[in-house]
Design a protein around this ligand. Structure first.
Ligand SMILES: Nc1ncnc2c1ncn2[C@@H]1O[C@H](COP(=O)(O)OP(=O)(O)O)[C@@H](O)[C@H]1O
Ligand SMILES: [Mg+2]
Length: 250
């Protein structure tokens, strides 16, 4: 059984079709990277998976449980929050709450979700994830007191603290200086080695080759190519993939 099955997702903005029928599946513990030029629809796809956008067509199924079927219309607000919890999201711009410390950022949503855990348990859990991200000495700092790399690691801890089935990253290092990119890629690589199920939209091609079980190459709203890193990155048969890689690697 696949942990995630995405079937024929289509998304229009105004009258322009941005996603033109996206289908893929992934297994528990896999890391999937999505590559593709700017404007090819990668962010829109992740936003559809997190129900930040409502697809016009298609289905999204997690652990054999159909979370979304466009035939049934948009999700209701009450459903939305619960269904969103299947997916964790880490954005390019971190999106931490500036008025809260690192630990408060990580524990805020679990406290609101109130899934039968005590406040102490939630705080212990938050500390555990910050520790896992190498931030045990930064828990009481505010975002402005942290480097970009540290802020992004807080954002990853925050997403992990909700124990999502699938952790999604949208260009997690694009807003970082090169010397801070490495520290964030390192923790994502550790998560991959621990078989955290992840979808990573990235322009870090070497990193994607290194950590991914599977690569999807998106072009103009479709999956133009998919396979193992060896198939898609090292031996691309698709002409568009070849052009894209040539532009990046030159
Ligand atoms: N909310 C929106 N309204 C209208 N057009 C949008 C919206 N969001 C994205 N688009 C368009 O969809 C296309 C794909 O965008 P995006 O998913 O952000 O691509 P990528 O992440 O691959 O760069 C772009 O042409 C973008 O302008
Ligand atoms: Mg994007």
């Amino acid at each position: 059984m696949s942990i995630l099955e995405v079937n024929n997702i289509k998304k229009k903005f105004d009258n322009t079709e941005i996603l033109k029928g996206i289908s893929f599946s992934m297994e528990k513990g896999e890391t999937l990277s999505i590559l593709g030029s700017s404007g090819s629809g990668k962010t829109t796809l992740l936003r559809c998976l997190n129900f930040l956008e409502t697809p016009n067509e298609g289905t999204i199924t997690v652990n054999d449980n159909c979370l979304f079927d466009a035939k049934n219309g948009p999700l209701r607000d009450g459903d939305l929050r619960e269904k969103r919890l299947h997916f964790g999201m880490v954005f390019q711009q971190f999106n931490l709450f500036p008025q809260y410390t690192a630990l408060e950022n990580v524990t805020l949503a679990p406290k609101l979700e109130n899934r039968g855990k005590s406040q102490d348990e939630i705080i212990e859990n938050g500390k555990l994830f910050l520790d896992k991200m190498g931030l045990s000495d930064r828990m009481n700092n505010y975002p402005h007191q942290l480097s970009g790399g540290q802020q992004q690691r807080v954002a990853i801890a925050r997403a992990l603290a909700l124990r999502p089935d699938i952790l999604c990253f949208d260009e997690p290092t694009s807003a970082l200086d090169p010397e801070l990119t490495g520290e964030v890629l390192k923790v994502i690589k550790e998560l991959a080695e621990q078989h955290t199920t992840m979808i990573i939209v990235t322009h870090e091609i070497g990193f994607a080759r290194d950590v991914s079980d599977k690569i999807i190459f998106m072009d103009d709203g479709v999956i133009a190519d998919e396979g193992t890193p060896d198939q898609v990155i090292d031996n691309p048969s698709n002409e568009r993939t070849r052009q894209f890689l040539a532009n990046y690697l030159k």
